[in-house]
Design a protein around this ligand. Structure first.
Ligand code: BEZ
Length: 238
């Protein structure tokens, strides 16, 4: 919990916390979060406002990648502090009128939460008052199939998200779980992965001598993890 300048308590969920629960009205009907998403990864993201250009570019990109995320067992849920009819009108406009970077006739089929009361945005720390008091920042919560928050990324109002990175995160989180490894800087499927830290002097010594493990030093060891093996395991789970 933090306090803003007016001493209002702001809740900020953290990595490792259970995703805060809420019920909401969306463009795809009512949802009960995260219960309705048990068994799937979810990207819950906020955007500042409907009918704004950066948000429009982001929604078109999210919608055009929805199937790709679905193949990685990941569902998308958006939110802004706008009403349902504004959401519907904006999504209709995107489909009917907006052409951007080769994307056109884009239909947003994932739910967009109406949050005029800011109830959900406040629960998730999406309102950052020194950035804006009535618009959500561009928050991205990666929530696992058990409803636990696994990664959080925040961007300010002016900065559109990097969707290659959002997809990389969803694959890397699942690869780390599936193969009990960590992923180094800029990791992508096919790159070497990090073997967990040696917990004893014996393990450290064994590591250094294991031909399948490449140790730069006893604390920094990598091993090969084939791209197809990663993608087969992550993408087959949908
Ligand atoms: C936009 O999405 O274009 C935007 C929204 C709020 C502030 C600045 C830009």
């Amino acid at each position: 919990m933090e306090q803003n300048q007016e001493n209002e308590v702001i809740s900020m969920p953290r990595i490792g916390d259970a995703a805060p629960k809420f019920k909401a009205v969306t463009t795809q009907g009512d949802i009960n979060f995260p219960a309705d998403y048990e068994g799937s990864w979810v990207i819950l993201f906020s955007h500042p406002a409907d009918f704004t250009p950066v948000c429009t570019s982001e929604f078109m990109t999210f919608a055009s990648m929805e199937e790709k995320f679905a193949e990685a067992n990941c569902k998308l849920v958006g939110l802004s502090i706008d009403g349902l009819y504004s959401h519907i009108a904006w999504l209709r406009t995107i489909k009917e009128k907006i052409e951007y970077k080769g994307m056109k006739n884009i239909e947003v089929n994932f739910p967009l939460i109406e949050d005029i009361t800011m109830e959900v945005a406040k629960k998730y720390g999406m309102i950052q008052p020194n950035e804006d008091t009535t618009k959500a920042v561009r928050a991205v919560f990666f929530i696992d199939p058990k409803g636990m928050i696994r990664t959080i990324i925040y961007y300010p109002l002016s900065l559109g998200r990097n969707f290659d990175e959002l997809y990389r995160v969803i694959i890397a989180l699942q690869a780390a779980d599936e193969f009990d490894v960590a992923t180094p800087a800029d990791w992508r499927p096919g790159d070497d992965v990090i073997v967990g830290p040696a917990g004893s002097c014996g393990t450290a010594k064994d590591r250094m001598e294991d031909g399948d493990i490449d140790c730069k030093d006893w604390f920094f060891c990598t091993k090969k993890l084939d791209k197809d093996t990663v993608l087969d395991r992550v993408l087959r789970k949908k």
